[in-house]
Design a protein around this ligand. Sequence first.
Ligand SMILES: Cc1cc2nc3c(=O)[nH]c(=O)nc-3n(C[C@H](O)[C@H](O)[C@H](O)COP(=O)(O)OP(=O)(O)OC[C@H]3O[C@@H](n4cnc5c(N)ncnc54)[C@H](O)[C@@H]3O)c2cc1C
Length: 228
Amino acid sequence: MKVTLLSFTPDPEKTIALAAKLCYSKSNIDQLEAKVRGTAYKRLLEKIVKIGHLSVLEHAGFVFGIEGISRVTSHQLVRHRLASYSQQSQRYVSFEDVLEAVTPSSIKKAGLGLKFSKKIASIHKFYKEMINAGVPQEDARYILPNATTTKIIVTMNARELLHFFALRCCERAQWEIKEMATKMLSLAKGKAPIVFKNAGPGCVKGPCPEGEMTCGKPKEIRAKFKSI
Ligand SMILES: Cc1cc2nc3c(=O)[nH]c(=O)nc-3n(C[C@H](O)[C@H](O)[C@H](O)COP(=O)(O)OP(=O)(O)OC[C@H]3O[C@@H](n4cnc5c(N)ncnc54)[C@H](O)[C@@H]3O)c2cc1C
């Protein structure tokens, strides 16, 4: 899988700090902008994130390009409603030339990797047969498996990203979306290190919120996400 940060709000952390300052100040916006220049915004931003005044984080947006994930994972991703998506169409794009698929490592470990790829190849053969017989792409795609790879552009604001990372970087999430979310976190943190300092599964900020579903290794998980 390939995850790219395509664009983001310029100076995302200053923009958030400016919005926060506006809430508590008599000054006009030009004066406030001067107050968040340089590194002056950092302490305020740390406080805002700590106290959970998270609505101001919605002013910073991040656009990710994601390729080579399965339709299993894109389906899980688009359940997150506070985001914008553009996904490669299986109606308008033909898969006649090549049908790429994600093979989970558990299938390979079970010694079934070859059988899995043969099944994919046979599905692909039938897909092409249908297209050649005049079946429209939009109907031929009904045979395509969940493993089929897809491309998607996702836009989320920083508040939704924190929520998304809490759910999808957790050990309870499936390996593929967890891998994707962790790559997104690393890219977002590179641009907004204060906002995403404690981003990741719930246990990064405090006790594990998963109750009896806990993975039981919060120390290890905390160390992993602190070092990202
Ligand atoms: C480990 C795991 C297992 C899962 N298993 C299943 C499963 O078996 N079956 C299944 O169907 N789904 C499953 N899901 C998906 C899950 O139910 C959510 O649909 C998905 O995680 C999106 O989360 P969300 O609704 O919190 O977030 P988002 O859609 O990203 O929304 C963010 C937040 O905005 C608020 N919000 C958004 N829309 C509304 C609304 N309409 N009304 C009120 N508040 C709103 C909520 O506070 C929400 O938490 C699973 C998710 C995880 C992480």
